[in-house]
Design a protein around this ligand. Sequence first.
Ligand code: ATP
Ligand code: MG
Length: 378
Amino acid sequence: MSIVQPNGVIGILGGGQLGRMFTIAARNMGYEVIVLDPDKHSPAGQLATEHVCAEYDAPAALEHMIRTCAAITTEFENIPASILEQLAARLPVRPGARAVTITQDRIHEKTFLRDQGFPTAPFVVLRADADLEGALTHISSPAILKVSRFGYDGKGQYSVGSAADLQAGWAALGGNACVLEQRVKLDVEISVVLARSSTGETATFPVGENSHVNGILDVSIVPARVDPALCEQAIQMAKDIATALDYVGVMAVEFFVADGKLLVNEIAPRPHNSGHYTLDATATSQFEQQVRAVCGLPLGDTRLLSPVVMVNMLGDIWHGGEAPKWDKLLSHDNVKLHLYGKREARPGRKMGHFNVLASEVETALSLARDIQQQLARP
Ligand code: ATP
Ligand code: MG
């Protein structure tokens, strides 16, 4: 197994905020980072050693990555598998094409989970008009129609209460392949972020308790205020999923807790928003861990150093396009600010996050909520 030593060059496909935080971790450890992203203002490109501003399938750009990098990773799941395979023929690509191919497509992902015996919410696959008929006899409403490819932050989803809704949703989602999923009554949502090395060693971060607003992660609370036995079960399931995928790198598994039982919601083949708390509250961050896993180094210590609440900041709080007054937020000595360097704030766009640390998780949560309310006011 080849090790890429610090001062080596890591290539990353995708230059969003996840790539940016990966780049910071990698550069901090002495690596050079080359970002491939078509956006000339990409958050990661700003901080990389080199930003290759091109489409992901541009032959010259890929050839440049192959010739310059010692290993390649990805920060989002929508890179075509054929490109990952093409790269993997020439240098280490972590995670590999198979894991990304399965997790970038809800149909593959849910079918994989079901075949491997992991519990999911009941679902049926819809690929053509004819599949709509009878779908609601297998899945009772309320249900959610989710497009199979390219959905994120609750986009590409449609609430279904009747056969007419299903028709309308199918049309609204362009007649693209979908899963129709039972809406389950959630007790709570949790996630496990973990890393798996190329030798099969795993390291799991503490379980996060997540709450969403309009389908977008709002806060992660750590430690999760959930039965420890259930957390242990979630950790074991996440490890088993990583092993079944023969995964190398950092990944996240999102779970629903419904009726006191775990259901796997989805798998992210990359560091995850619900793991941003690790930037300030664990001995190793999920991004440093990704660097270690990609480079074949020993995985870092994932111990929680302090209870923490992570709060996402969307463009909605850039009132009139103007950034919040950060001095108020930073006047608390236990609050850590992370901004992604995005030029334009739009409603629903993830602009940054902050982590609130405290000796008790409830204290962190109540301060986090106070600050959130303050930021929401113009
Ligand atoms: P992200 O990119 O943030 O992970 P996504 O677009 O992939 O989101 P999902 O994770 O499928 O979307 O759904 C987003 C949120 O919507 C979930 O975290 C959950 O709060 C709610 N949700 C989705 N599916 C269900 C369901 N079957 N039953 C109840 N709630 C659901
Ligand atoms: Mg999700």
